[in-house]
Design a protein around this ligand. Structure first.
Ligand code: HEM
Length: 498
């Protein structure tokens, strides 16, 4: 009897185990319901369908044929591309946590101290802690306001430069980039850095390499490609130079802090104080702080600078918008010699101009890619673990179902509308949305507005060489950031003295 009972128990346990194994196997092997996509070629997958055009344009064209959610094979990387505001909402809201990670990139591994930064780092307890620090301690509205003196100084220098070039054609890009980089430098380290020219060059180069479409990132299993393409050595060189610049700045600051001479409120001091407080759940190192500064420099410089250049380009192409924006600024500041940041609040139309610029010229048209960390579904399709997910923010911002005359520059479209760029209107996400939203919105937008307001207040602007507004070349450069291919050249003349 006892033997029978043991036999029964063993038998039922065996049956149960067998059932569970089969059940699991059946579940695991259930075919995934992936989104549709174009036919793929061996090895390169769909790369030939996006080569030749800018990826945001190529994806948009493919989406017209295959739908707002597509599955593409980009080299060895299986990728989902989402191109409609409705499905962007499923990425940023419904599945925000499941899709909160970033895919591995060689750039982040080498330059960003083993991906220990916020922008390209994978989702983890460490990442959550660092995102909180950057949002709450480094780039909070209060902190951004506290840097207004740096912005005012730098915009003044820029306006003086323009003033000294009145009547001559000027390429504004380099000076605008310098102005923004000086603001970022002073906010970060209390002053301009010693090797700032080198830093600007490195930041610029990184911005160009950040696309995630490099051969090394598309074929990660063929490690030799990163070597023969020269990518690995280029990234190592950039890393070495950046690391040295930061080491020198950090050492000088540590010495000052030992002598109680730290400034106490620039970003470096804030980070050192947090690091030394011992109160962090995940302790941080100097390298982690350096990774954050690379994010701040790369994220904060070219994005804002190129938004200013695109805004000026659109104003030159649309003289009626320029006239309206100048009238607003000149009425608001009438007779003032000095413009303060607090004066900018009155500039309602300029706000609309900035919004419309960010709609048609988002600095990162494909945002930064996400990676799936928990299987989920979008539009009823399966998104498996590790899948790369790209949201085509540019396609959403010109989706004719959401925007009238979507391709035209019309700031008035925002006049009676509550649509904003803070990440809740999925047809307009130039800063992303959800857990991965840009933490530098306030910092970036105020610099852009401040520079534009003063450019429009003090100067009249014309195109040199009798160029007509519609002949301005609007082509974007290749790469992850949508910088204007041909720099804008404009001729300022003084409207009022400063
Ligand atoms: C006009 C100016 C700017 C634009 C258009 C812009 C745009 C963006 C975009 C599109 C993303 C990716 C969001 C996503 O993947 O969903 C991003 C992320 C980020 N931006 Fe900005 N940005 C600007 C200014 C700044 C500034 C001034 C800083 C810092 C000082 C900054 C720091 C960052 C960081 C750290 C991230 C990574 C966030 C994350 O992955 O969680 N950005 N930005």
């Amino acid at each position: 009897m006892e033997a029978d009972l043991t036999f029964l128990v063993v038998l039922s346990s065996l049956i149960l185990s067998f059932y569970f194994i089969l059940h699991r196997k059946f579940k695991a092997s259930k075919p995934l319901n992936l989104p549709p996509g174009p036919p793929k070629l061996p090895i390169i997958g769909n790369l030939h369908q996006i080569g030749g055009a800018l990826p945001q344009h190529a994806f948009r064209e493919l989406a017209k044929k295959y739908g707002p959610i597509m599955h593409l094979q980009l080299g060895q990387i299986s990728t989902i591309v989402v191109s409609s505001p409705q499905l962007a909402k499923e990425v940023f809201k419904t599945n925000d946590l499941a899709l909160a990670s970033r895919p591995y990139t060689l750039l982040a591994d080498i330059v960003l101290y083993k991906s220990s930064d916020v922008a390209l780092g994978p989702y983890s307890d460490y990442w959550r802690q660092m995102k909180k620090i950057i949002t709450v301690e480094l780039l909070s509205p209060k902190k951004v306001r506290s840097f207004s003196c740096f912005r005012e100084q730098e915009v003044d220098h820029f306006i003086e430069f323009i003033g000294s070039n009145c009547g001559k054609p000027v390429i504004i890009r380099d000076k605008v980039t310098r102005m923004i980089n000086n603001i970022v430098c002073k906010s970060s380290f209390g002053d301009n850095c010693k090797q700032q020219d080198v830093l600007i060059e490195l930041v610029d180069e990184l911005g160009r390499l950040v696309s995630g479409f490099s051969v090394a990132d598309l074929f990660p299993e063929f490690g030799f490609l990163s070597v023969i393409s020269g990518m690995r050595s280029k990234l190592r060189k950039i890393h070495k130079s950046l690391d040295k610049i930061f080491d020198d700045i950090f050492e000088e600051r540590k010495n000052k802090r030992e002598r109680n001479e730290g400034s106490g409120d620039d970003l470096l001091d804030v980070l050192f104080t947090i690091k030394e407080s011992g109160s962090l759940q995940v302790p941080i190192t100097d390298n982690n702080i350096k990774a954050i500064f690379v994010n701040i420099f790369v994220g904060g410089t070219d994005t804002s600078a190129m938004t200013i250049e695109w805004a000026m380009t659109e104003l030159m192409r649309n003289p009626n918008v320029m006239e309206k924006a100048q009238k607003e600024v000149r009425d608001a500041f009438k007779g003032k010699k000095k413009i303060n940041e607090s004066d900018l609040q009155e500039l309602h139309y300029l706000n609309l101009v900035v919004k419309e610029t960010l709609r048609l010229h988002p600095s990162l048209p494909l945002l930064l890619p996400r990676e799936c960390r928990e299987q989920c579904q979008i539009d009823g399709y399966d998104i498996p673990l590790k899948m790369k997910v790209i949201v085509n923010a540019f396609a959403c911002a010109v989706d004719p179902e959401y925007w009238d005359d979507a391709e035209s520059f019309k700031p008035e479209r925002f006049e009676q509308s509550s649509i904003d760029f803070m990440g809740t209107n999925f047809e307009f996400v130039p800063f992303g949305s959800g857990r991965r939203i840009c933490p530098g919105i306030g910092f970036g937008v105020i610099s852009v507005k401040s520079a534009l307001a003063q450019m429009l207040y003090y100067f009249n602007w014309t195109l040199p060489y009798e160029l007509s507004p519609k002949s301005i070349d609007m082509t974007e450069n290749e790469g992850g950031v949508a910088i204007k291919k041909v720099p804008l050249m404009v001729t300022p003349t003084l409207y009022t003295s400063f």
